[in-house]
Design a protein around this ligand. Sequence first.
Ligand code: H79
Length: 445
Amino acid sequence: TSIALEHGSHRLGKRTDEMMQTWRNYGLGQFIHWGLYAIPGGHWEGKYYGGAAEWIRSWKDMPNEAYDELYKEFDPQNFDPRAWAKQAKSLGAKYMIITTKHHDGFCLWPSEYTDYDVTNSPYGKDIIGPLVEAYDAEGIDVYLYFSVMDWNHLGYRSKLETEEDREAYEGFKEFTRNQLLELLDLYPTTKGLWFDGTWDAAWKEQAAFADKLETEMREKIPGLIIGSRFRPDDYGNRHFDSNGDLMGDYEQGWERKLPETFEDTKGNDWDCVMTVPENQWGYHSDWRGHVKTSFELIEMLVKSVSLNGNFVMNFGPDGQGSIREEETKLAAEIGDWMDVNHEAIYGCGYLDWKKQDWGYYTKNRETGKVYMVVFNRPLNGALRVKTPSKIGLEKVYSLKEPSVTYEPEEVHKDEYFIHLKESKTSKGPVVIVIEPTKEKQQEGT
Ligand code: H79
């Protein structure tokens, strides 16, 4: 049985068009959180804010009035979009998501619909346009992050309790629509939108409005990609409608966490957006607690791809527009690994062979080649591979050195050992390529 919905899912199953196939094949992306919050960098008047730096305005120790004056200091003299794009390229990112407007409401593009934008800062000019141009030039697709929640707009409400609230919110909706259509007009090479700040009760009542607006945006840029975090359904359900069907082109619920199994993904397209420390997106000058290493991030990337998702690593440039050393070092380390092993990432996804403890399988969607990405090297040096019956291992070799080939030892029916030859000191996870047989020939036929 299913509930009749006017504003539920528009499609059952995955998008199959070329733009979505491109999205699916990215593997690795870059997120950039940049805005006024980069100026205080997690501190106010000598006091340390332990929350996410981009949320500092909500901290009781920082007055809203103080935050709302920060735009008068926004003058990032080190901002070099081409350098950012080149770094993203050497990281191996195939797409980039930039915060055009975070919850604070400050716009990194010149918006006709508010004064709270870059043109009224000392910097005085567009940030988004030059970024789009620089990333386009490197062949990295650009997606625009947009927070619906807006702490600056006078009509914004988290809930609608009075007639006055409803009236004010109508103005806010029109403003939101204007800004989104404006962004798509200004930056027509945009490949998609990444929405945030859509959890409030007020927005959850806007199924009809959001549905119509999503359609308008899709008409402006055919093939535009929008995740599940934009519109609510008729009953205020988000991501999945009241019938459990995904709304939008991919599931956007994996923020700072990963699915464990393929079942967790419900077979949908999805992305995982990940911070380098536990929970810092915008620039925080003093990271505390655990900071992920490049091995951890590479493992998350490979795990994402092995479960049919994209992995998006966050960067939070400082108030001057510099990318911090820690992120630069991680980007270089991950980029070095990607230089050698990108074949196991791009164009790859889930393989339905039984998962083994040594790491993750990925499979190229076009060629059918299988990649074993080895994170846990067994003490006996032997990697167990169990294949579905009828599938054999035709060729097995090292990705880094294809001349290093393997003769799998058949230990049981449809179960093999691949005895690793790769050096134990090799940097980062090694990758073994398997070219499987299409179907094992049946004996006697
Ligand atoms: O931009 C980054 C974060 O700033 C943003 N999303 C990423 C990509 C983000 N904002 N909030 N969150 C992540 C966490 C959500 C917190 C919530 Fe709540 C808990 C939303 C609703 C309940 C606390 C109470 C914050 C808002 C109300």
